[in-house]
Design a protein around this ligand. Structure first.
Ligand SMILES: CC(C)(COP(=O)(O)OP(=O)(O)OC[C@H]1O[C@@H](n2cnc3c(N)ncnc32)[C@H](O)[C@@H]1OP(=O)(O)O)[C@@H](O)C(=O)NCCC(=O)NCCS
Length: 255
């Protein structure tokens, strides 16, 4: 099994670990988190069997499985199926898009980093601030933190932060897993006023160094294909190995 498949398998395990319920359905696995209903990542269909689905069937399926939620979301690991479905539902007002999976080769050297490992509470306090700066309402940021904490307890998470010269925490990232296997770096963020000073790179480098220290054989992260941060990661030596697809609709009215 190659690094791409191992990364995708871990990504799936991490996503499932964050949800409070994992329900087998004919098309895949439905993740539900009734107490965190506004956190998309904990309320989505991991769509494994989609070859028979056209746009209308997919919309009807998600309306059925996600009735009562104000969003619809499916996650597709199969690149070709995801691209096909994304094209098919775009005219229906859906968004989402491709995510790139990037792996750090063993021979890439990591720069020294000023980031330090911190306890969960300190990580979450900063993460809440960066999420709210990105426009998430406090309630949603809090629900996301519950999802992340649930996954963290199952997958050996360690948060890292960079502290600015004035002593405040300004950048964060989380490492999941790694012990002799696969490690994922997730939730990278820097406070707006502190961007462009290398802190984002610093927290990612700290996670990667810790993953290597844990004996990880595959170290990866994901990034929005349409957005620039993937170039930050490529600049550090990460290389793209796979693409996955998010199919998402927001602001669905409750009937
Ligand atoms: C992505 C993010 C963490 C980067 O934080 P940061 O502390 O500003 O990052 P750094 O200072 O380490 O910048 C690293 C590189 O990105 C480049 N960069 C920074 N902002 C950029 C922008 N808006 N467009 C293009 N490149 C940019 C920098 O020039 C630097 O490249 P260099 O080392 O070749 O000069 C921060 O912008 C952020 O929190 N964004 C919102 C959340 C997010 O998108 N997270 C990533 C999800 S995958």
């Amino acid at each position: 099994v190659g690094p791409a498949a191992r990364a995708l398998e871990f990504l799936r395990a991490l996503t499932e670990a964050g949800a409070s319920e994992q329900v087998g359905v004919p098309t895949g696995t439905l993740l539900r988190s009734p107490d965190e209903r506004y956190a998309y990542v904990g309320n989505q269909l991991l769509l494994d069997h989609s070859a028979d689905l056209g746009a209308d069937e997919l919309l009807a399926l998600l309306d059925d499985l996600q009735a009562g939620l104000t969003h619809r979301r499916a996650y597709v690991h199969d690149e070709a199926q995801g691209a096909r479905l994304h094209r098919a539902i775009a005219p229906h007002g859906w968004g989402g898009g491709a995510e790139v999976v990037l792996v750090l080769p063993d021979d890439v050297a990591l720069s020294p980093t000023s980031a330090i490992a911190v306890p969960d509470a300190r990580l979450r306090a900063l993460e809440r601030r960066t999420n709210m700066e990105l426009g998430l309402p406090g309630l949603v940021a809090d629900q996301l933190a519950v999802i992340r904490r649930r996954a963290a307890t199952k997958l050996a998470a360690q948060g890292f932060v960079v502290t600015a010269p004035d002593g405040t925490d300004v950048a964060h990232a989380t490492l999941y897993g790694g012990a002799g296997a696969v490690a994922q770096i997730e939730d990278v963020g820097t406070l707006l006023d502190h961007r462009g000073r290398g802190y984002g790179k610093d927290v990612v480098a700290a996670c990667a160094a810790q993953a290597r220290a844990r004996g990880a054989e595959v170290i990866f992260l994901t990034a929005d294909e349409q957005d620039w941060p993937q170039h930050l990661y490529r600049g550090m030596g990460f290389v793209p190995v796979a693409r996955t697809w998010v199919l998402q609709r927001e602001a669905v009215e409750l009937s």
